[in-house]
Design a protein around this ligand. Structure first.
Ligand SMILES: [Zn+2]
Length: 411
């Protein structure tokens, strides 16, 4: 274990300082590429300059602050995002950037130079609340989206992403994807209740679960409820009810699966008419695509067996992401050296790391969210919990640096 210790108060002070840029209702409203986003970017840039880091900004506004290493290996990156939801909190994304800043300060204070350079990253428009879709900056960086696609996104007032980026002066000169990274570690709040419920300080994130949505339309016969005998009905809602229960059963049958019907429309939705048409959406999620394939097959079989005319259409699909085993190993080493309570976890929410995982070795570290709250002004992670996350980030990055630069003698 290194004797490099993150400064809990300094990290907390930074979190509270940045929370002033767009402060609202105890939380933060800092929509991407607005004046508050410019203010926090300027602040961040100033902090990086003061540490002697070399700042590069790419053509979609992603910010990369480089700290040189002993070699010119591809840099090990830390970071996340500084934009928030309109009803955002003070920690979502921000912790990952500021913890990376704290790690670099600790190394700087100790005069510790890593073998590979380090890179601190702020990804543009992770939230997607002003410009759809979310994770846009990392998406362009990773080649998932074209720059022209990003530039053309419009907010509610019709302003484009490209114009907003120019207006705040953060259209950088580096082509997206041209800033090389060797690995990515993203510290983030869990945004869910699991770590808190289990009393674990750290979530060792294994990946991001896949998600598939289907629209199902069930068509029976609308008829009078009083004059149609039970044996002579084609009730679309009874069929839908069987489907809802079957979705629950198929999720319970697979470890770590979740399955829900959260939307349903019943036609004609009248007390004395047998429901003729039901339209509903099914949401299936699991960390492994192979399991989702199995659940999808089971869903199709069930839909076909309901005794009414049924049509199923896939409407959305995000594949599961598995994080890099070497990066995860470094997080495990960090947690065990620090003797922290930890559990493996899969992210239920989307993150920039999801795009990065298809591009460079990537993983995430979670810290608890009080009451599981996020995207809410009451979002809270205590100072010591934030510092725990930053300490694990520091140890994991140093472990990865040692093992990748000297695989023979490193543990
Ligand atoms: Zn986030």
């Amino acid at each position: 274990m290194s004797n490099l210790i993150v400064n809990e108060n300094r990290l907390w002070d930074d979190l509270m300082v940045t929370a002033e840029f767009g402060a609202k209702d105890g939380g933060v409203c800092r929509l991407t590429l607005g004046p508050e986003d410019k203010a926090v970017r300027d602040w961040f840039s100033g902090q990086c300059n003061a540490l002697g880091l070399e700042m590069a900004v790419d053509e979609v506004g992603n910010m990369f602050a480089l700290r040189k290493g002993r070699s010119d290996l591809p840099p090990i990156a830390m970071g996340s995002h500084l934009d928030t939801q309109p009803t955002g909190g003070r920690f979502d994304g921000i912790l990952g950037v500021l913890a990376g800043l704290e790690v670099i300060r600790v190394l700087e204070d100790a005069g510790y130079v890593t073998e590979a350079p380090l890179m601190l990253v702020n990804w543009t428009n992770e939230e997607g609340s002003r410009f759809n879709p979310s994770m846009l900056g990392s998406g362009v960086y990773c080649g998932v989206h074209e720059r022209s696609y990003a530039d053309a996104r419009q907010d509610e007032g019709g302003e484009t992403f490209g114009d907003a980026l120019e207006a705040i002066g953060y259209r950088g000169d580096r082509p997206a994807g041209s800033v090389e990274l060797g690995a990515m570690f993203e510290l983030h709040i869990e945004q869910g209740p699991i770590l808190e419920a289990e009393g674990a300080s750290i979530g060792i994130v294994q990946g991001v679960q896949g998600c598939r949505w289907y629209e199902v339309v069930l068509t029976g016969n609308s008829a009078h409820t009083g004059s149609t005998p039970m044996g002579m009905r084609q009730d679309a809602l009874v069929a839908a009810s069987h489907l809802v229960v079957a979705v629950q059963a198929m999720a319970l049958a697979e470890e770590d699966a979740v399955g829900s019907v959260g939307f349903m429309e019943v036609l004609p939705n009248s007390t004395n008419v047998i429901p003729g048409v039901v339209r509903l959406n099914v949401d299936l999620r699991h960390p492994k695509d192979a399991v989702l394939d199995r659940m999808e097959a089971s869903l199709q079989e069930t839909v076909a067996s309901l005794g009414v005319t049924a049509k199923i259409t896939p409407i959305s699909r995000t594949d599961a992401v598995e994080f890099d085993t070497e990066c995860i190993t470094s997080v495990r080493h960090a947690v065990s050296r620090l003797n922290m309570s930890a559990r493996d976890i899969v992210s239920g929410a989307g993150h920039d790391a999801q795009h990065l995982a298809g591009h460079v070795p990537t993983t995430m570290i979670f810290v608890p969210s009080t009451n599981g709250l996020s995207h809410n002004p009451a979002e809270y992670t205590a100072p010591a919990e934030c510092a725990n996350g930053a300490q694990v980030l520091l140890e994991a990055v140093l472990d990865y640096d040692r093992r990748m630069s000297d695989p023979v003698s490193a543990p």
